[in-house]
Design a binder for this molecule. Structure first.
Ligand SMILES: Cc1cc2nc3c(=O)[nH]c(=O)nc-3n(C[C@H](O)[C@H](O)[C@H](O)COP(=O)(O)OP(=O)(O)OC[C@H]3O[C@@H](n4cnc5c(N)ncnc54)[C@H](O)[C@@H]3O)c2cc1C
Length: 162
């Protein structure tokens, strides 16, 4: 079993790929009980700012990466293609439809158990990592409680990148 913390863009893609390969996944997401300052709806893989995934042209790095992801059966790119809106040479999506479709897909997968809890509240990182391969995918707005637990475990000082 693999535990993934955070069902944002990275966490959902990781959960999908791991579950699809036949491995059980426990996916923790603090929404809708708790929201970061930027997240506002209860769907998974919420796009908090620009709805553009940048260029779709394979003549540049952004577009080439997307094409590689497409060929690797990326959940997010497949759903982005289905929910795209006109944006010239860029791949931009209807953010509501995009998140809804990702949520439906993740919830429909047999190997994924979605647990709507904040890690750092009742469930703690040190207990999770004792027994499971763990992916932390809580993004730039990781909750304060989990941030503190990561600092304690890694014995690192807090560094702000903003
Ligand atoms: C204000 C803002 C604007 C941005 N604008 C852009 C942009 O225009 N373009 C761009 O490419 N990138 C932008 N970014 C960066 C953007 O966050 C990333 O591109 C993308 O969302 C990162 O995906 P992720 O999966 O790592 O994190 P997220 O999509 O943020 O997902 C993390 C998930 O983890 C959950 N979570 C957090 N803490 C816990 C916890 N303790 N327990 C359980 N769940 C938890 C959150 O609720 C969230 O659902 C922006 C970021 C911010 C904060």
């Amino acid at each position: 079993m693999v535990v993934i913390i955070g069902a944002g863009l990275a966490g959902c893609e990781a959960a999908y790929q791991i579950a699809k390969s036949g491995i059980k996944v426990k996916l923790y997401e603090m929404k809708p009980k708790k929201f970061s300052p930027a997240h506002t709806n209860s769907n998974l893989a919420e796009i908090v700012c620009s709805n553009s995934f940048k260029s779709n042209l394979i003549t540049n790095a952004c577009g080439l990466l997307k094409e590689e992801l497409r060929r690797l059966d990326s959940l997010l790119i497949n759903i982005a293609d289905k929910t795209k809106v006109p944006a010239g040479q860029a791949l931009a999506v209807d953010r509501e439809k995009f998140s809804k479709e990702v949520t439906n897909e993740i919830k429909s997968m047999e190997n994924i158990e979605l647990i709507e809890e904040e890690v750092g509240e009742k469930i703690h990182l040190k207990d999770i990592i004792k027994e499971n391969i763990t992916i932390i995918a809580t993004g730039p707005l990781t909750s304060d409680k989990l941030s503190k637990e990561i600092i304690e475990l890694t014995r690192r000082k807090w560094t702000s990148f903003l």
